[in-house]
Design a protein around this ligand. Structure first.
Ligand SMILES: Cc1cc2nc3c(=O)[nH]c(=O)nc-3n(C[C@H](O)[C@H](O)[C@H](O)COP(=O)(O)O)c2cc1C
Length: 199
């Protein structure tokens, strides 16, 4: 069993910005600058109305007052978000020994925002995502390839974006001997409550 000690950085009270979005942008920028593999990749956790969770990797496609990602609204995650809009995102930037956790409510973006993002994608990706009945059982690869060949490049109504509007963030920096640094931001009426958590 591998046991690595985390020694790449620290996160002290003086390093924590007051605005978690600025802090998130700064850490994402560092992950990009340091050539972390797929810095935009995160794990999205959703749950059914009766609380059964599921999780999968996605790519972050924007940050404004929320975090944006794109997918098929009829997929498993899409169906779970329809019945329960609360979700969690987890980023792991291993080379930096950093984790970020974000929780909040998820809303579909406007059709205009989805159109703009869809139009920015290569035609082959547009065709594939329009044709793929994401999360459904298919008979084989042939079926998928036939569906793609028959598909145009317009955005179908069931494919588009979501925005997770955070109510909590946690920034985690690995430290030696498992004494990691953790800061949680919780949305309160006039801003964000910032607290250090035990590792
Ligand atoms: C690194 C990575 C990035 C991914 N990005 C996306 C994405 O942005 N949108 C998407 O729909 N699926 C993406 N996928 C595929 C999802 O993990 C998943 O297989 C798919 O969305 C179906 O999930 P569901 O059945 O839980 O809805 C990605 C997979 C990986 C490994």
């Amino acid at each position: 069993m591998q046991r690595s000690d985390y020694t790449k950085g620290e996160l002290m009270e003086g390093d924590v910005l007051r605005d978690p979005f600025l802090m998130f942008r700064e850490w994402l920028g560092t992950a990009r600058d340091e050539n972390v593999v797929e810095p935009e990749a995160f794990c999205l956790s959703t749950a059914t109305a009766d609380g059964r969770p599921s999780a999968r990797m996605l790519l972050l496609r924007g940050v404004d007052h929320g975090l944006l990602f794109y997918t098929n609204y009829l997929s498993r995650k899409g169906r779970e978000l329809t019945e329960n809009p609360f979700a969690a995102m987890t980023f792991w930037w291993g080379d930096l020994e950093r984790q970020v956790r974000i929780e909040g409510e998820v809303h579909q973006v406007t059709a205009e925002e989805s159109d703009a993002y869809f139009a920015s994608r290569p035609a082959s990706s547009r065709q594939a995502s329009a044709a793929s009945p994401q999360s459904q059982v298919v008979s084989g690869r042939d079926e998928l390839e036939e569906r793609v060949a028959a598909e145009g490049t317009d955005r179908p109504d069931h494919w588009g974006g979501y925005r997770l509007v955070p109510t909590a963030f946690e920034f985690w920096q690995g430290r030696p001997s498992r004494l990691h640094d953790r800061f949680r931001f919780t949305k309160v009426e006039n801003g964000w409550l910032i607290e250090r958590l035990a590792p």
